[in-house]
Design a binder for this molecule. Structure first.
Ligand code: BGC
Length: 404
């Protein structure tokens, strides 16, 4: 499901010499450690907020970092923006933080303004991984390194990628359904499932989708699972902009078209929490059956954690975005200091992750060296793991609130 090359790509020669990054040279990159597909039992260790001594020239001299987040309307990006801002400031950097209201043109403008403002590095979570060529031309001309944050930018000017293992996120969702329905022992029984995926403009969305599909495919093949609507292809189940209302509308449509006759729905595989929120709402109000429907998610948004406590959403794949910002800061410092960027940096992060030089590639076909953190499954039974990160508190009512 590779994306098509849009527009002219930058020549690799334009990219800063201190940065090898996605622009190539990876044939000589050190052996990679493929992403570990195991999910550790516990949520990640609490963010270790130490601000390392700034060894990087830009850090020592108070470099300026442009942090471009997609939107404030989806819960997690507010957290990412805040953590990144705090981390970089605590390490002695100046920062410019923007949210682009999920509008691509605005994100291009925001990045261009940051470049005009003399940033030393850009950290970007792209709204559309294909739509930043104009802005990144400017970065490449000025030799400004770019870290693709969470979502891969498909332009070669992006130097490195920091994210979670996105394929594993989907795999954990699919495997959760396989176990919860005990599909290995389904015998002659067939369980019914529907699927809601993410935004086609977000490079992550196909990784989540594919990880989940690969986990459930054997059971679709042997008849233990059936997609009653028949809507399985990514394009048929995608949710532009990851919008809750769009997921809600499609779920209502599927329920009225295929389940109004009393057909039992057993699981709804949702790629993330904003889409799960819409699907949960539709199932709660429009599903005729009385069984509990398994609904998956991703992120640990407050509203979804509440639904998990209430039993209307079953699980979420949690990604500790405070840790993601810590890894991003450490990588940024190493890039600015001209250090070799490979797995030897990982011990200094103090956070479990893999260095992966194979899984992610730009539109030009170049592999983008990636640091991938480990996602964890959260259900009603291990909500305390979130509290233990120090990033959530639990109220007397049992509901969780994020601390930032
Ligand atoms: C992120 C998810 C998030 C989604 C919608 C993806 O790129 O990895 O964590 O749920 O965007 O914001």
């Amino acid at each position: 499901m590779k994306r098509k090359l849009l527009g002219a790509l930058l020549s690799t020669a334009m990219v800063a010499s201190l940065v090898v990054g996605c622009s190539g040279g990876n044939d000589t990159a050190p052996a990679d450690t493929p992403a570990d597909t195991e999910a550790p039992a516990d949520a990640e260790t609490p963010a270790d907020n130490e601000a390392d001594d700034a060894s990087a020239p830009a850090a020592a001299g108070g470099g300026k970092i442009g942090i471009s987040m997609p939107t404030q309307s989806l819960e997690r990006w507010n957290r990412d923006g805040a953590y990144l801002d705090e981390q970089f400031k605590a390490a002695g950097f100046e920062t410019i933080l923007t949210f682009s209201d999920d509008k691509t043109e605005q994100q291009v403008n925001d990045i261009q303004n940051m470049l005009a403002d003399g940033v030393d590095m850009l950290v970007i979570a792209a709204i559309d991984g294909n739509a930043l060529n104009t802005a990144l031309e400017g970065a490449a001309e000025q030799n400004i390194p770019v870290i693709s944050y969470d979502r891969l930018i498909l332009n070669d000017a992006a130097s490195y990628y920091v994210s979670f293992d996105n394929y594993t996120v989907g795999q954990l969702q699919g495997e959760y359904i396989v176990k919860a329905l005990d599909l290995e022992n389904a015998g002659d029984k067939t369980y019914n499932i529907e699927i809601t995926a993410g935004d086609p403009a977000d490079n992550n969305a196909t990784y989540f989708y594919q990880g989940a599909i690969d986990a459930i495919q054997p059971y679709l093949d042997n008849g233990a699972l059936n997609i009653v609507s028949g809507q399985k292809d990514f394009d048929a189940v995608a949710t532009p902009g990851w919008k809750t209302d769009t997921a809600l509308a499609r779920a209502q449509n599927v329920l009225s078209s295929y389940y109004a006759d009393g057909t039992q729905l057993d699981a709804w595989l949702c790629s993330n929490d904003s889409t799960a929120l819409g699907v949960t709402q539709a199932v709660t109000s429009d599903y005729a059956g009385s069984n509990a429907v398994i609904i998956t998610g991703q992120d640990g948004d407050e509203a979804n954690l509440k639904n998990i406590v209430d039993g209307t959403q079953t699980m979420t794949v949690y990604k500790n975005v405070s840790n993601e910002s810590i890894v991003t800061l450490a990588l940024a410092k190493a890039i600015l200091a001209g250090e070799t960027i490979d797995e030897s940096l990982i011990p200094s992060f103090g956070i479990e992750c893999a260095f992966d030089t194979e899984s992610y590639e730009t539109s030009a076909g170049n592999k983008c060296p990636s640091f991938l953190l480990v996602p964890n499954v959260i259900t009603k039974d291990n909500l305390q793991d979130l509290v233990d990160t120090g990033l959530y508190t639990m109220g007397d009512d049992g509901y969780l609130s994020a601390t930032n």
